[in-house]
Design a protein around this ligand. Sequence first.
Ligand SMILES: Nc1ncnc2c1ncn2[C@@H]1O[C@H](COP(=O)(O)OP(=O)(O)OP(=O)(O)O)[C@@H](O)[C@H]1O
Length: 173
Amino acid sequence: MAGDQAIRVAVRVRPLSKSEGTENAWQIEKNSIFMLNPKTQKAQPDAVFQYDCCYGPETPTAEVYRRSAQSVLDSTLDGMNGTLFAYGQTSSGKTHSMSGSAKEPGLTPLLVNDLFDRIQQDCDTNYHVRVSYLEIYNEELKDLLSNATPHIRQSMTFCPMPPPHQTEHVYTI
Ligand SMILES: Nc1ncnc2c1ncn2[C@@H]1O[C@H](COP(=O)(O)OP(=O)(O)OP(=O)(O)O)[C@@H](O)[C@H]1O
């Protein structure tokens, strides 16, 4: 558990695409999203949604990681279970936030790099790191690390390997 809550919910709003126009339908203030009246562009006080964190399009993934994901790693290294997942409709930015790109790495590579940095700093402890990568789509489970999806395995090069005497890697497929 990070902080005083077991579950924390953050909202990240992506930039509008060209087809979506230029006028925002919302406004972020602290941890709240206000829906705007389309005519007046003013916040509608009866349409306010509160979350643990709200991020607008200007917030880089590294900041989202620092404020909303790093504490999950902290808790996990303290022996607790932690889960970080993205949820949203198609095109809302899940892949951008979780996987990202070489230019702006997502929460997964940022967390994995952070994990191995911390493992490297702790010479007194043996760590087992297990990785599985699954997709559930239309109620079908796909193993993304199997030989059937080599392009995905090849793309997983973000993780620097620490010296073998410090860490044992067990890839559970
Ligand atoms: N915070 C952001 N900043 C800039 N671009 C973003 C951001 N979030 C998403 N995008 C862009 O919006 C588009 C849709 O995002 P993405 O593919 O991550 O959505 P998704 O939720 O994974 O969609 P799907 O469920 O269909 O796979 C992509 O072109 C992505 O680069």
